[in-house]
Design a protein around this ligand. Structure first.
Ligand SMILES: Cc1ncc(COP(=O)(O)O)c(C=O)c1O
Length: 365
């Protein structure tokens, strides 16, 4: 992992080697995009000689209608990772600190680095045990880390790669405790897979009120458009506009805009994707329970597994079974792997491989 990239491993570097069929290393949707999205993207490719709409008006209107917001409160970018970077760099442009929970999504750290801001990580509970999910988050502790120079609080809910989440009640307490001058980036990349479970609630469901609350969502997960790079940022109109002004111009490609609009119109595909993901997640969790391996039964499209031994050889053993999983050493999690939910066949392959690969890991009961 190079320090230049901030310790981010590319999917190619840790994904399955050529010929490996089961890629459970990058939290993608194995069910693929909506056929309507593919058709719309293809049609836009035929017009590829034209520049995209820099303001993404049609897409922003579609998102605004979906979220019940005025269009001025919506910006889009090339994935929510890019929007997160833009937002952190804009809000922490004069330095100060960016506060997050430890082992939060890596992009928060990269945004702070680019801004020249201090990145403050608030420690969480420890790894999962046989009786408890791992990496539980304490709101009071996070609030105590906010200082006069804090510019941004960034929260992935649910979190990647930990799988930890804040309940609606915890999130309300957090937002109520963040001073008005601090920008809150609430990253709901996995909200489709979390809704209605374990006390989870979205910002919209809670009607959260804070003058600098920005909510980020992505089309990369449940909408299965990761390769097309579309993310959304919603919040107070003026704040959204000033961050959008920092975005490189004309960077959201027309096929991507068209695909996202079509995907928003295909509720059936989205529902099937979410249902299929939750079924797969449940089956993977049951298999791990049977094997006696601790893991965090998180609310994303992945599980975070405790090995009790270095993840490298375990990752290689999975690879020999044709299954790509994600080691988490770049997050300082040397003995954990993250496994994304696959199709039913891919889940079968993961379960079969796990019976052998995890047979002797020390974390096993
Ligand atoms: C918590 C979280 N936020 C944001 C993203 C970025 O998604 P994208 O840039 O594809 O929209 C990811 C991707 O894995 C994520 O896990």
């Amino acid at each position: 992992m190079s320090t230049e990239s901030g310790g981010v491993a590319s999917a190619a570097a840790v994904g399955p080697p050529p010929g490996m069929k089961v890629r459970l290393s990058s939290n993608e949707s194995p069910f693929g995009p909506s056929p309507a999205a593919v058709e719309a993207a293809n049609a836009a490719v035929a017009e590829g000689h034209l520049y995209p709409d820099d303001q993404s008006v049609a897409l922003r209107e579609a998102i605004a209608a979906h979220e019940g917001l005025p269009v001025e409160q919506v910006a889009v970018g090339t994935g929510s990772a890019a929007l997160l970077m833009d937002a952190i760099q804009h809000e922490a442009r004069e330095g100060g600190s960016v506060v997050s929970f430890a082992r939060g999504f890596v992009v928060y750290r990269l945004g702070a680095r680019n801004a020249g801001a201090r990145y403050v990580e608030v420690e969480t509970d420890g790894p999962a045990t046989h009786d408890r999910d791992g990496y539980g988050r304490d709101v009071e502790r996070l609030l105590a880390a906010i200082g006069d120079d804090t510019r941004v609080v960034a929260i992935d809910n649910p979190g990647n790669p930990t799988g930890a989440h804040l309940t609606g009640e915890q999130l309300q307490a957090l937002v109520a405790g963040v001073p008005e001058h601090v920008t809150i980036l609430l990253d709901e990349a996995y909200h489709h897979f979390a809704q209605g479970q374990q006390g989870y609630a979205t910002a919209a469901e809670l009607g959260l009120d804070h003058p600098r609350l920005l909510v980020l969502r992505t089309f990369s997960k449940a909408h299965a458009l990761a390769g097309l790079r579309i993310g959304q940022l919603t919040g107070p109109a003026e704040l959204v506009a000033s961050i959008d002004a920092w975005r490189p111009r004309f960077n959201v490609a027309s096929p991507s805009q068209a695909a996202a609009i079509a995907s928003l119109g295909d509720d059936d595909h989205l529902r099937r994707t979410v249902e299929g993901t939750l079924e797969g997640r449940t089956r993977m969790a049951e298999a791990l329970r049977e094997l006696g391996v601790p893991f965090t039964d998180g609310l994303g499209n992945f599980l975070t597994i405790e090995l009790g031994t270095a993840s490298g050889p375990v990752t290689e053993a999975y690879a020999r079974h044709g299954v790509g999983v994600r080691p988490l050493a770049p997050y300082g999690m040397e003995e954990q792997i993250r496994v994304s939910v696959g199709t039913p066949d891919e889940v079968d392959a993961f379960v079969a491989a796990s019976r052998e690969v995890l047979a002797d890991v020390p974390a096993r009961a």
